[in-house]
Design a protein around this ligand. Structure first.
Ligand code: C2E
Ligand code: MG
Ligand code: MG
Length: 278
């Protein structure tokens, strides 16, 4: 009985996801990334949102695993990429600072033969240079089949796309492979950041990751930074960038653009908000 129920639920959810894609129920949120030393905005991450017609919010942590299982992550991921790049182009036209945009990539997308070509095609279609795009790949996805991962990373790198490893520390990284990966940045998983001020082991892990990354010539960004105490520790250890509620929650496109412009205005004699056509 229970198994039947579970199967029916997943089928219903899969059907709802298809409808969501057709009916425009997906949207994107934007969360800024900031430099630890200056607080300047260095870039932002795009986060997928699903709000059903009755207002129900479904977390990506809940629906993405299912979309990976039934393959819907491929059209959904392509939609995210196109939509995000289109927004990026609009913001460029409106005069926002030319920041780098990070888009999450599922392991299923990453394993798909067509990925580098697809990314190139969407960039061309939208008319954005590859250098502005960073793809976040989880550690698990990269380590699943490292030799294939190296090939795909090389192809993306050759096209000019930047790469980072997401949720670093939660997978099983072989350090031998890490040095062969064409990534520029490690994103330290928020599970290590959460208790940074209380937990000596988390501090030791984060410290070790930052040092190792520096030795390999990689940048580090800490995820889920919520407190000044966490930030102070990260700054002291030499972590370059942070992302988290301390700076900003993920925002809608409009709210994000206003946030960025307010920040720009605060640090320079820039034009007032009303001068930008958002
Ligand atoms: P992620 O890529 O590691 O994204 C960071 C998550 O941490 C986001 O959750 C974000 O809202 C949350 N977060 C940011 N700052 C803080 C903070 O200070 N404290 C806390 N507690 N949380 C913070 P979200 O948006 O629910 O996304 C969850 C995961 O779903 C993402 O983790 C990513 O793995 C996946 N995801 C989201 N959008 C996409 C997408 O477009 N494609 C794919 N394949 N996966 C996505
Ligand atoms: Mg991410
Ligand atoms: Mg993460």
């Amino acid at each position: 009985e229970e198994m039947d129920e579970a199967v029916r639920n997943r089928r219903r959810m899969a059907q709802q996801m298809r409808e969501a894609l057709d009916q425009g129920q997906f949207s994107l949120n934007w969360q800024l990334q900031a430099a630890v030393d200056t607080g300047d905005i260095t870039g932002y991450e795009v986060l997928l949102r699903w709000i059903q017609p009755d207002g129900t919010f479904i977390s990506p942590a809940d629906f993405i695993p299912l979309a990976e299982e039934n393959g819907l992550i491929l059209p959904i991921g392509e939609w995210v990429l196109r939509e995000a790049l289109t927004q990026l182009r609009r913001w460029d036209a409106a005069g926002l600072p030319p920041l780098t945009m990070a888009v999450n990539l599922s392991a299923v997308q990453f394993r798909h033969d067509d990925l580098p070509e697809l990314v190139g095609r969407v960039l061309d279609e939208v008319g954005m240079p590859a250098e502005r795009l960073e793809l976040e790949l989880t550690e698990g996805a990269a380590m699943d089949n490292p030799s294939v991962a190296i090939t795909v990373m090389n192809e993306l790198h050759a096209r000019g796309v930047q790469l980072s490893i997401d949720d670093f520390g939660t997978g099983y990284s072989s350090l031998a492979y890490l040095k062969k990966f064409r990534v520029g940045k490690l994103k330290i998983d928020q599970s290590f950041v959460r208790d940074l001020t209380e937990d000596a082991e988390d501090r030791a892990i984060v410290d070790a990751v930052i040092r190792m990354a520096a030795a390999l010539g990689l940048q580090t960004l800490a995820e889920g930074v919520e407190t000044e105490g966490q930030l102070a520790f990260l700054r002291h250890q030499g972590c370059q960038a942070v992302q988290g509620f301390l700076f900003s929650r993920p925002l809608t496109a409009q709210a994000f653009a206003e946030f960025v412009l307010a920040q720009v205005a605060a640090t320079s004699a820039a034009a007032p908000l009303s001068a930008y056509a958002l």
